[in-house]
Design a protein around this ligand. Structure first.
Ligand SMILES: *Cc1c(COP(=O)(O)O)cnc(C)c1O
Length: 436
């Protein structure tokens, strides 16, 4: 399968090049040239597949031409070594729990898949010593670091702002050791991002070191997110019964819109989802686009659902491309909604007391949207994108109870913190990269 750029200046790019480059040279996002429809026989029997088997069928449609079958199977099976259960929350509302991976957030799926696929290309192309640079304000760093942990031939350097990341987040990427180095930058997240961007442009470094990024727009992180939409539907059919399911609505708490776009890919492959809802916090750029037909990015504002504090969603370009920029067609398939912090808190509280289900602030947007917008006869699934413990203070404040820290997090917290201290000045980072 070849990939083209949403800016249409680059096409015919191999999967390997698209994965290694991340962003196209014309600054567009890579898209597969075609989206294969899966056979009716697959959907007829979908309840009989395990998560891993089902994901392999989907992965084959995307990557089967470019990755040897046994290797692809291994990559998929290794990636999904945890459950993604669908849980009934109320009458017609279900939660797809995407937080059972190593760092308790949905980004584990894409990060684990990408690390293994990149490892495969590194090996098959005989590359050695590939350096992945990633700047993080918290969650991305932990998913990427854990995804790449132990992958041969690849070293990961996670840059994060000293003192500006919660203890629970920090321990998830500073205690790993092996091929993961945490770099504690005396500066802000923006400084970390600037150091990474400058390194990619520095000829001394790029001549000596093979650098790549594990950015969320990478096709190897983005496409695997379609796997679990199929699994959600299969579980729903098991619970509700094949004949009782008519209109399935999927609601996705959205920031950069990668997750929801992967869902739309699944729909194009034949998954019977009747429509999507993109749930936003107060950063409602997409909702405004739906209402006005005009896309107006603006600086993000901070909210309690901070993984969705995005003012210029990067995957919007992919949505436009999928619909040939047709606003009316986009509105037909995707609805939008936005919630304030107070509404999100009220959602967590209501769901906890009425339905006995604990939401994180992102999932709460999804739950609220289904409560508000689900129509008679529709069944709704929202994606619960992170474990509530990741937002411990906010959630405890709302429900007035303390939460127990899961063993997975405790294990990280017991590890020894090891970091490389770094100033925010580029020459220091350059000398680090030249000498690692
Ligand atoms: C990254 C993230 C989101 C937003 O996902 P996008 O693919 O960027 O839309 C939502 N919730 C959580 C918990 C996240 O970490």
């Amino acid at each position: 399968m070849k990939y083209y750029s949403t800016n249409k200046q680059e096409f015919g790019v191999s999967l390997c090049d698209a994965v290694i480059k991340g962003l196209a040279s014309d600054k567009g996002l890579f898209m597969p040239e075609s989206i294969k429809t899966l056979p009716a026989s697959f959907f007829d029997e979908i309840e009989n597949y395990s998560l891993q088997e089902m994901a392999f069928v989907v992965a084959n449609a995307f990557f089967g031409e470019d990755v040897a079958e046994d290797d692809l199977k291994q990559i998929v099976f290794d990636t999904l070594n945890f459950e993604i259960p669908l849980v009934r929350v109320s009458q017609d509302i279900y939660s797809l729990e995407l937080f059972h991976g190593p760092t308790l957030a949905f980004k584990d799926v894409g990060a684990r898949f990408m690390s293994r696929l990149l490892g495969y290309f590194v090996k098959s192309r005989g590359l050695s010593d590939v350096n992945v640079l990633v700047a993080t304000s918290g969650d991305t760093g932990s998913a990427v670091a854990n995804g790449f942990l132990g992958v041969e031939g690849i070293s990961v350097h996670v840059l994060y702002p000293k003192g500006k990341v919660s203890a629970i987040q920090e321990c998830q990427f500073t205690t790993l050791g092996k091929n993961i180095t945490a770099i504690e930058v005396d500066g802000t997240f923006d400084d970390c991002q600037r150091l990474v961007k400058t390194a990619f442009l520095d000829r001394d470094i790029t001549q000596k070191r093979f650098l790549t990024s594990a950015n969320s727009i990478n096709v190897a992180r983005f496409l695997p997110q379609s796997f679990y939409y199929f699994y959600a539907y299969a579980q729903l059919r098991k619970i509700a019964g094949k004949n009782n399911l008519h209109d399935v609505v999927v609601c996705v708490p959205s920031g950069n819109f990668g997750n929801i776009t992967a869902g739309i890919f699944a729909q194009k492959m034949g998954l019977p989802v009747s429509r999507f809802i993109a749930a936003n916090n107060r950063n409602d750029i997409f909702l405004q686009y739906l209402k006005t037909g005009e896309y107006r990015p603006r600086p993000s504002v901070s909210t309690i659902a901070n993984a969705m504090d995005v003012g210029d969603p990067s995957n919007f370009a992919r949505i436009l491309d999928l619909y040939q920029h047709n606003h009316a067609e986009i509105c037909k398939n995707i609805a939008g909604v936005s919630y304030s912090d107070d509404e999100i808190r009220a959602g967590i509280s209501e769901c906890f007391s009425a339905d006995n289900y604990l939401l994180d602030p992102h999932g709460a947007c999804g739950y609220l949207a289904l409560k508000e917008m689900l129509k008679e006869g529709e069944t709704g699934i929202f994606l619960e994108t992170a474990h509530p413990i990741k937002f411990k203070d906010t959630v405890e404040d709302v429900i007035r109870q303390s939460l127990e820290i899961p063993d997975k997090i405790k294990a990280f917290m017991n590890g020894k913190k090891q970091t490389v201290p770094m100033s925010k000045d580029f020459p220091d980072f350059k000398s680090y990269l030249m000498n690692v």
